[in-house]
Design a protein. Sequence first.
Length: 89
Amino acid sequence: MKNVISISEARKRLPGIIKSLKASPETVYQITVHNEVVAEIRTPPKIKPGEAAAKLLELSRKVRKSKKGYKIPISENIKEHLYVAEEKN
């Protein structure tokens, strides 16, 4: 469920917003400035323990297996391996 609120309202209600996110994690608050959505407040994605480490190990194996002289740019793509992709709404 999405709730659209102004930034001034979000400032006033922040503790209540946090409590409501804890109670219903599927809720999303869209923050507006001059009627334009500029941010969202939502609960973080659930990641299984060790998932990030497993992805890094898999990525390092790919690098070792790559052709000689060609390196996969790990630092440029690290976020896609560490974090869960956000849902596009």
